[in-house]
Design a protein around this ligand. Sequence first.
Ligand code: ZN
Length: 293
Amino acid sequence: MLVTMKEILDHANTENYGVAAPNFFCEVDARAALEAAEDLNAPIILDISYKNSMDIIFTGSYVLRLAEQAKVPVALNLDHGQNLTHAVTAIRAGFTSMMIDRSMLDFEENVRQVKKLVEIAHSVDMSVEAELGHVGKGERYQSKDCGKLTDPEDAKRFVEQTGVDCLAVSIGTAHGSYQGEPRIDFERLSRIKERVAVPLVIHGASGTGRDKLAEACRLGINKVNINNDLLQAAYEEIIAHDMSGNGAYGLWKHLKNGYKQRLMEYIQLFGGAGKAWQSNQHGLIRKEISLVE
Ligand SMILES: [Zn+2]
């Protein structure tokens, strides 16, 4: 069933667990993500970024149908939207939420731009995620200018002034694979959680480590964005099989299995398994990929 991200994250915030938010690219990984959620009876948030989508309106047209058919709560979220064009495109694509990432701007300008788009999104019942502080890239993790940690007092003011439904915080994670060992500031997370009532989000979960992610969810992270680790798992599954000759017909199946299995591990780790609430939907229509013969 298709729901707003707010509905999913408010539930997670009340019950203190994390919802997996895998990035997807096409029908194959979207189906893998929905199946993983259904198999574990977990709510899920499908994230797709504007810049990584080939055609976000077209993608929305089919993922929306899959989400409506799913027997667990599903939200479709535009990841790292940046401006009015992205926001309106997400609305046209039928998404139920959008991230407006203006975290590279100073506080006042971030507030000003996000607040304006929150008003538009809320007028069509879409949830909004924004980011304060800045989550950098893992490949630059060792450099001093990789990201900026979230100030707890600023986080409180930002949520009050913008009216966002959830907040992405910077506590030491980074996008993509890390150069060096990730250092997560749990004390900072606790201080943010004490001050901010809306659900909290982390980006850049891949490579952070199972124990650290579990601890982050225990301390109040409610949405965990994950991408690279799922792609790595898909790749590992593909190369574990003989892809020569007709073996190549198994490409999409192996990709889907690898992605799905790793995502299931993460859903369980974040505490989302068994947390889906009642729906009378009939479940995702499954079709095994079989192109051989
Ligand atoms: Zn991100």
